[in-house]
Design a protein around this ligand. Structure first.
Ligand code: ZN
Length: 264
């Protein structure tokens, strides 16, 4: 089986666990986010910031861990080359299946725990795909995406350093959609407000809530939303500061996962 199929397989089963978690709990969306974030930190970094009391959370943690094991294999074997282009092709194919108008949102940074909350909110309406951005940086993404066959004959190919705004605009042009860039998460990365885990949850949830509102407005107006992100972000567990980069000597990284998703 292809590595990306392996990841998709784990992600599909992860989404079922998220629905189970939602059915079992009766908490606010922000509390759900706090729990999901803590679960991902447990799965990826092996750090328990809060006790995971619900058995379904242990399943979610194990599956997140599994995704990062598969990613380590992908990186060790240098197989990430085409992943962003393949993933982009796949989400564009999904979007064009629907007769609705679409809206493209390109996020500067969006991590797996954010996607888990989107799946908690939008349930079966969401189809996430994860690509690998091996450097975990915007530049790496812009460089990689520029090479995608889908952009043949477009302006992106001619520009040395296409910006995320330009990428959003050109993807939108290809599928006849409107577009915008969302950079609240990148702002969180440069924030100095974080003092502890609660502060981290509050800051990230504010960014996510604004994104949720944007998505809901478009869904209510009959749009399909195509969301692309250039990379995730990592959390320094000593001071809860956020950063996004990855080097081959470093441990597991959230930054290297670039999520792409369709919400209908
Ligand atoms: Zn970025």
């Amino acid at each position: 089986m292809h590595y990306y199929q392996l990841i998709s397989h784990v992600v599909d089963s992860l989404l079922k666990d998220i629905q189970e978690f939602k059915n079992l709990t009766n908490v606010s969306v922000k509390e759900a986010y706090e729990t999901l974030l803590a679960t991902v930190l447990d799965g990826v970094y092996g750090r328990k910031v809060i006790a995971l009391q619900n058995p379904v959370l242990n399943k979610i943690s194990e599956k997140t861990h599994r995704i990062f094991e598969i990613l380590a294999e992908i990186l060790n074997r240098g197989l990430y080359g085409l992943s962003i282009c393949d993933a982009l092709r796949e989400v564009i194919d999904i979007v064009t299946l629907y007769p609705n108008r679409s809206h493209v949102i390109v996020c500067d940074a969006l991590a797996i725990h954010d996607i888990l909350l989107l799946s908690y909110e939008f349930e079966a309406r969401i189809r996430p795909i994860f690509a690998v951005n091996p450097g975990g940086k915007t530049k790496t993404y812009e460089y990689m995406i520029k090479q995608c066959p889908i952009f043949r004959g477009t302006l992106i190919r001619e520009v040395d350093e296409p910006s995320l705004t330009m990428i959003a605009r050109i993807v939108a042009q290809i599928i006849g959609a409107s577009s915008e860039k969302y950079d609240e998460f990148d702002r969180c990365i440069h924030s100095s407000q974080i003092k502890d885990f609660q502060g981290l949850v509050t800051l990230l949830y504010q960014a996510l809530e604004k994104l949720l509102i944007k998505v809901k407005i478009h869904l209510n107006a009959g749009f399909t939303v195509l969301m692309l992100a250039d990379h995730g972000y990592d959390i320094n567990l000593t001071n809860y500061a956020l950063y996004h980069r990855w080097s081959p000597r470093a441990g597991p990284s959230l930054s290297i996962l670039a999520p792409l998703l369709v919400i209908k």
